[in-house]
Design a protein. Structure first.
Length: 398
């Protein structure tokens, strides 16, 4: 098949600036390159670091870049502020979509994969004969979505990263036959339980007990509650917390009012909390390898965070929440799964202390994490993704 991929229009592919969605696109493109399944063109925002990336040498995957940094692009974005002030997306995404569409309409694609921006179909529907496949990474399509029904109707296949997202889409049509769940995967060669670096490298003692939080630094991820839980444990001076991530995707470490609030809350903990800022994806195993527990305290319906998969692949016990697609990733054998109720902070502190004080329990959970991680490798993910894609195409042709 001849396939086009429309990305989210924010971060580049290959994932030189990180981004869970962009890494997942890379995984199935690598699989396609190796097996030469389809002729694929990726429409991506431009970044200077993509220019010499080895992925661009592929004979079956092609990359078409939209440079939103030029003077011409900035003028167009100003136009979109005026022309599409009530548009579906903001001016940068509208510009990316406009430029991508101008190229797409000149091609003869069989399928257009729309990554996490299902409303693109409203713009493309009358401009191409290609069928649309949505790959949904969060709850952007449900019964409350603006123009949700026509967006749903435009798709031939909707691939969702979790049953949670699938069930959200099915609030539009309860007898839905378009949706299929394909769980995310990660590279188990990169994330594996080998000792990469010592705690001393980070100025820590070998007997320090390390918790790790990784992800965006925002309210929904539960990091403020985690720091408040740490304050309840301040007498345990060798319990340390790595906070790995920035307030936005990519390598932006811009301080926000929320990050200031976090640092104020952490001010009494002295050297017990370490804010690393943005860390490149390839360096994440270093931080996970010296950690004793991973804490993913999401207090929103997190669709299927890859940080959970990465932690369990590194053999870490996990403390997390019963939100969104997270319960599909872990079990009670490798994770303590908490409710985000009025007792959440207290229960976070109790769970941390429980694992701190019980090494045998940690070992059992670590072994369960390693076993569980085998279900979520990138090969399985990519294979299932293309199976779902082909199933959707066959259904559309019938």
């Amino acid at each position: 098949m001849k396939i086009a991929i429309l990305t989210s229009g924010i971060l580049p592919v290959p994932a030189v600036q990180g981004g869970a969605v962009e890494n997942l696109i890379d995984f199935y493109l690598e699989y396609n390159d190796r097996l030469r399944l389809h002729d694929i063109t990726v429409y991506s925002v431009w970044h200077p670091n993509v220019e010499k990336h080895p992925a661009l040498k592929s004979e079956v995957n092609r990359y078409k870049y939209i440079n939103g940094k030029t003077l011409f692009a900035k003028i167009w974005k100003l136009y979109f502020i005026w022309k599409k002030k009530n548009g579906y997306y903001h001016r940068s995404i509208e510009y990316y979509l406009y430029k991508s569409t101008r190229h797409i309409v000149k091609q003869n694609y069989d399928v257009i994969i729309i990554e996490n921006r299902p409303a693109y179909s409203l713009y493309l529907a009358n401009r191409t004969k290609a069928t649309f496949v949505y790959h949904l990474h969060n709850e952007k399509l449900d019964c409350d979505t603006l123009e949700g029904t026509p967006i749903y109707d435009a798709a031939d296949r909707i691939i969702c990263v979790s049953d949670y997202i699938t069930n959200c889409v099915r609030t539009i049509k309860d007898n839905d036959k378009k949706c299929i769940t394909v769980h995310n995967g990660i590279d188990l060669n990169i994330f594996s339980p080998k000792k990469i670096i010592s705690k001393k490298h980070f100025g820590l003692k070998e007997d320090d007990f390390i918790l790790i939080y990784s992800g965006r630094i925002n309210k929904e991820k539960g990091i403020l509650e985690l720091i408040k839980a740490m304050n309840l444990l301040k007498k345990y001076e060798n319990i340390k917390l790595f906070v790995v991530g920035s307030s936005f995707y990519g390598n932006s470490n811009t301080e926000t009012s929320f990050t200031k609030t976090l640092k104020e809350e952490a001010s009494s903990l002295k050297n017990c909390i370490i804010f690393t800022g943005f860390i490149p994806y390839e360096e994440m195993p270093n931080y996970l390898s010296i950690s004793d527990i991973a804490v993913i305290p999401s207090n929103w319906d997190d669709p299927f965070p890859t940080t959970v998969l990465e932690a369990q692949a590194m053999g870490l016990p996990i403390i997390t929440t019963r939100r969104g697609g997270i319960p599909e990733e872990v079990t009670d054998k490798n994770a303590i799964i908490l409710n985000t109720d009025q007792h959440f902070i207290d229960n976070l502190a109790k769970a941390i202390l429980d694992l701190y004080q019980h090494s045998e329990k940690r070992k059992q959970m670590a072994a369960a994490s390693l076993q569980r991680s085998k279900l979520f490798d990138k090969e399985t993910y990519a294979r299932n993704f293309f199976k779902a894609l082909e199933l959707g195409t066959l259904t559309a042709q019938q």
